[in-house]
Ligand binder design. Structure first.
Ligand code: B1M
Length: 217
C-alpha cells in the first residue's frame, strides 16, 4: 500500500519514476486527490524549500524535486475541478524588457505554485505595456518582476511607471528580484517588496497576502 509520506519522499529525492507509481496507487486506493496534492506532493516541496534556503539543496536538485511534484500533479489534476484547489492568491510574473534569463524566475514559479498560488508566467523580455495588459486581463494580487542584468534592472522602474500611468498601481503589490537587485533599489523605484531568492520570495508573498497594509509602499 502506497503512503503519502512516500510521495513526499519521492518529491524530496526527485524520484520521477516512483512518484508516478505511488500517486497512481493512491488514486486507485481511493485517496482524495486534494489530499494527495496537499499532504503528499506539496508537503514534499515544503521540505525542499527550507533546505534550498539553508544551502543544503542546490538549484539542479530543486528543479528535479519540482519536476517530480509536477509529474505527480499531472495524474491528480484532471481528477479535480480547478475550483477544488484553494488558491492562496494570484500572481503574474515575468523577466523584464530586454532580459532573457529565466532559470531563477522558473524556480520561483515552482516554489510559489507549490505553496498554493495561481501563477501566470509572462515569460522573458516582457515589455512594460505587456505587464500592464496582463494586470488588466488577469487581475492578480501580486506582480513579480525578475532581472539579471544591470542594463535591464531599470526596466523595473519603467514598468512600475507604466503600471501607474495605466491607473493599476493601487490594485496590486509589486515584488522584484534577481542577481543585481537589492532592497535599496526596490525602495528607490517604489516596489512593495524584494527578495534575494525563491524561498524568501514565497515567504514575502505569504506576508503580503496575510497583512498587505504592512508592506504598503
Ligand atoms: Co547571462 N549573465 N547573459 N546568460 N548569466 C549573468 C547574469 C552574468 C552575471 C554573468 C557574468 O558576466 N558573470 C552577466 C550579467 C552581468 C551584469 O549585468 N552585471 C550576464 C550576461 C552579461 C549575459 C549576456 C549579456 C551575455 C552576452 O550575450 N554577452 C547575455 C544577455 C542575454 C539577455 O538576457 N538579453 C546573457 C545570456 C545568458 C544565457 C542565455 C546564456 C543564460 C540564460 C539562460 C536562461 O536563463 N534560460 C545565462 C546564464 C545562465 C547566466 C548565469 C551564468 C546564471 C544565471 C542563473 O540562471 N542562475 C549568470 C551568472 C550568475 O548568476 N552566476 C549570468 C541560477 C538562478 C537559479 O539564479 O537567476 O540569480 P538567479 O535567480 C535567483 C535569485 O536571483 C532570485 O531567486 C532565484 C532563485 O533563488 N530571483 C528572484 C530571481 N528572480 C526573482 C524575482 C523575484 C524574487 C527573487 O521576485 C519577483
Amino acid at each position: 500500500m502506497a503512503t503519502l509520506q512516500e510521495v513526499s519522499q519521492c518529491v524530496l529525492e526527485g524520484d520521477l519514476d516512483n512518484v508516478k507509481v505511488l500517486v497512481q496507487a493512491l488514486i486507485d486506493e481511493g485517496t482524495e486527490p486534494i489530499v494527495i496534492i496537499n499532504e503528499g506532493l506539496i508537503a514534499g516541496m515544503n521540505i525542499v524549500a527550507p533546505l534550498f534556503k539553508s544551502g543544503e539543496m542546490f538549484v539542479p536538485e530543486v528543479m528535479e524535486s519540482a519536476d517530480t511534484m509536477n509529474e505527480g500533479m499531472k495524474l491528480v489534476k484532471p481528477l479535480i475541478m480547478d475550483g477544488d484547489i484553494p488558491s492562496k492568491g494570484k500572481m503574474i510574473i515575468g523577466t523584464v524588457n530586454g532580459d532573457l534569463h529565466d532559470i531563477g524566475k522558473n524556480l520561483l514559479i515552482m516554489m510559489v505554485e507549490s505553496r498554493g498560488y495561481t501563477v501566470i508566467d509572462l515569460g522573458v523580455d516582457v515589455k512594460e505595456e505587456d505587464f500592464s495588459a496582463a494586470i488588466k486581463k488577469h487581475n492578480p494580487d501580486i506582480v513579480g518582476m525578475s532581472s539579471m542584468l544591470t542594463t535591464t534592472m531599470m526596466k523595473m522602474e519603467s514598468t512600475i511607471a507604466q503600471i501607474k500611468k495605466d491607473g493599476l498601481r493601487d490594485k496590486i503589490k509589486i515584488i522584484i528580484g534577481g542577481a543585481p537587485v537589492t532592497q535599496e533599489f526596490a525602495n528607490d523605484i517604489g516596489a512593495d517588496g524584494y527578495s534575494m531568492d525563491a524561498s524568501t520570495a514565497v515567504e514575502l508573498c505569504d506576508r503580503m497576502m496575510s497583512s498587505p497594509e504592512e508592506l504598503s509602499a
